[in-house]
Design a protein around this ligand. Sequence first.
Ligand SMILES: Nc1ncnc2c1ncn2[C@@H]1O[C@H](COP(=O)(O)OP(=O)(O)OP(=O)(O)O)[C@@H](O)[C@H]1O
Ligand SMILES: O=P(O)(O)OC[C@H]1O[C@H](OP(=O)(O)OP(=O)(O)O)[C@H](O)[C@@H]1O
Ligand SMILES: O=C(O)c1cccnc1
Length: 493
Amino acid sequence: MKITKDLYQGSLALLTDFYQLTMAYAYWKSGKAEEEAVFNLFFRKNPFQGGYSVAAGLDYIIDFCRNFRFEEDDLRYLREMQNTDGSPTFESAFIEYLQNMEFSCDMEAVEEGTVVFPHLPLIKVKGPLIQCQLLETPLLNIINFQTLIATKAARIVYAAKGDAVLEFGLRRAQGIDGALAASRAAYIGGCASTSNVMAGKLFGIPVSGTHAHSWIMSFDTELEAFKAYAEAFPDKCVFLVDTYDTINGVKNAIEVGKMLREKGKEMIGIRIDSGDLAYYSNIAREMLDAAGFPDAKIVASNDLDEQIITSLKMQEASINVWGVGTKLVTAYDQPALGAVYKLAAIKTEEGTWEPKVKVSQQSIKINIPGIQNAVRYSKNGKAIADMIYLEGEDLSNTQFMIIDPVDPTKRKKINTNGLDQEILLKPIFIKGQKVYERRDIHQIKQNAERNMGMFDKAHKRFVNPHIYPVGLEEKLYDIRTQLVFKMKNYDGA
Ligand SMILES: Nc1ncnc2c1ncn2[C@@H]1O[C@H](COP(=O)(O)OP(=O)(O)OP(=O)(O)O)[C@@H](O)[C@H]1O
Ligand SMILES: O=P(O)(O)OC[C@H]1O[C@H](OP(=O)(O)OP(=O)(O)O)[C@H](O)[C@@H]1O
Ligand SMILES: O=C(O)c1cccnc1
């Protein structure tokens, strides 16, 4: 438990890239540490060539920020760091500054479970430059992974069309924290349970499971193994039928199912973990139905993902429950989300905010400057478009034009009459104090489900999904364009 206790309750101030600390030192040295800045966290492309993403990770970030302080042993480590000539890397006055530093930023974020899209700010941090900078790496580490896995889970659950998806990933997840965070995110994304018992304990996720081939192999016969399992767990029998011969395995499961029934118990079903899952599940279904077990469930596992599940659905496989491990928790086909964290504005000495832009050859990489928020317009519970706007924008106006941040020829007029609107960035911390009421994991999962229900299936399909409109409000678009022209020294702009 020490690992998780330290990870989730202790300070993780050193969980950052070294360059954040060298910048922090240089900000301090040059008198800029306390200048006020605004940074935004966003990604530029949905993962898995998909049409949406599901935000996850905020709860970890809340813990991270609440515990954000440099502890004695962190400071000792930094004090002992040396340059190649043996001189200390950091002056002792800077170490003292870190010792006294308290998290004092404002933070806004989209709630976990929200369906999100490229360019939307997912987190906005406003505060002393040095603190905003130090938060970059941990915020990205947390959001990138959990959002990726919640998205993968949402896709797999979408493919399963209402069937339960059980997450079985622990044995092949990316280490201990990777596994725990993945189980959490997978549950948010729609999985019904995890096999990871520690994730169950830490996060309150339901745990479930069947049994392995080793259980069967430890007995002389499969039938004996099923019987012994039924003795131990008469209410939890999902018999793994493919250790030797799947069809014979189903026969044995039926035999033990009948014995259970005589005792007033009902087997839950069977699990098939190899071979042609469509073929065997259909035969098993026929056998179970014919034997009087029409409610017995058929669980399938074995390297499943959303594509294989979709194919098995098309083949009309008789599978009711899907056990998914490796390809879910490792986000096998795209192992990283590319969210970034960019400076959007700095407060000048006169006290006004100066928007900041990073110019790039690739227009997708030009960030959106200024202090922003985003609003989602919907009608009858169906999302229509998201607009990114500058703080202070009058949202009571009824006519807006949104402009695609990458392709300015793509525009959409929005008449807000009769539309519902939801401001996406919610206050989480004000001056370092938490103002957000944390949601429990089940509320977060429900939020994801509600959000998924807001989007048309055109955005959710796996092949060439329809792009959901997310655009910049016109004034923000103009400010950004002017700023890019200025930074590129274009005349006449
Ligand atoms: N009907 C099917 N349509 C599409 N994919 C399937 C179907 N049945 C199984 N699969 C998938 O095919 C992949 C490999 O299964 P395959 O039958 O080749 O080997 P296997 O069952 O893993 O063999 P074993 O586990 O005994 O070594 C798995 O990802 C599985 O989910
Ligand atoms: O395939 P995944 O989606 O990761 O699901 C978890 C897998 O883990 C178990 O077997 P394991 O892989 O340990 O052994 P096996 O491949 O020989 O069945 C289980 O039977 C699943 O096949
Ligand atoms: O409970 C199961 O069936 C299970 C758990 C982990 C991995 N594979 C299967």
